[in-house]
Design a protein around this ligand. Structure first.
Ligand code: 6PG
Length: 226
């Protein structure tokens, strides 16, 4: 596990640089890269900064999502809508390279199965956020999805509105080549401490699944790591 503590006003820029570096390395090594995005509010500024970084051959990047809310892709709660506005609309990323989770499908099981069939065996760069309860993607504390070892995507019900979501499962997080976790604000300090310092207990702190990744924290989110 690596942690970088970055001033709040620089974390989006640094996150964009770390994501860009990992994408370029994957493209250089294998000719292509897969990028899975987190939702929520924290990563938006990082995606906007990523859109301004030169030297990424977006035609060689396939984009996925770590989770999605069961809303239409134009809904204000849609993670796809956020990424579309912050990033996809600003870079030369072929539409065919964008793999949206069709979480608005009333048949959530069918949507989960369709999406897991699209996911690569190993995501090159997985971006995650964490919640104040320690969740990541849409894997919330106590969720039965935390016991999943075969399926890659499951329908879940979470306490963070909107409740109905589709989420990647623990094996997908564990298999990622590079995992970049973004956390800012004092409200994340306790879950960050639990995820990085306590004995691993993913049922209490699902974000511990990413403990071997690169954690980009502002001083407030890192405050309990000392
Ligand atoms: C989602 C996210 C979720 C998010 C955390 C942090 O769809 O809600 O994927 O895992 O990353 O809840 O959200 P904030 O960045 O808004 O604090």
């Amino acid at each position: 596990m690596t942690t970088e503590v970055v001033p709040s006003n620089e974390i989006a820029k640094v996150a964009a640089e770390r994501i860009a570096d990992a994408l370029k390395a994957a493209i250089s090594a294998s000719g292509s890269a897969s990028l899975a995005l987190a939702g929520g509010t924290t990563p938006r500024a990082a995606y906007e900064a990523l859109a301004n970084i030169w030297g990424i051959d977006w035609s060689k990047v396939s984009v996925y999502f770590g989770d999605e809310r069961a809303v239409p892709p134009t809904h204000p709660d849609s993670n796809f809508a956020m990424a579309q506005a912050a990033l996809f609309s600003k870079v030369k990323l072929p539409e065919a390279n964008i793999h949206r989770i069709e979480a608005e499908n009333p048949d959530q099981e069918a949507a989960a199965r369709a999406y897991e069939a699209l996911l690569p065996a190993r995501i090159s760069v997985l971006v995650l956020g964490i919640g104040e309860d320690g969740h990541t993607a849409s894997l919330f504390p106590g969720s039965p999805a935390l016991n999943e070892r075969t399926r890659k995507v499951l329908p879940v019900i979470g306490p963070k509105p909107p409740p109905q979501r589709l989420s990647i499962t623990p094996p997908v997080i564990e298999a990622a080549a590079v995992c970049i976790v973004l956390a800012t604000g004092a409200g994340k300090a306790e879950p960050v401490r639990r995820a990085l310092k306590d004995a691993l207990d993913i049922h209490t702190t699902p974000s511990g699944l990413a403990r071997n990744g690169l954690w980009l924290l502002d001083p407030a989110a890192a405050a309990l790591l000392v």
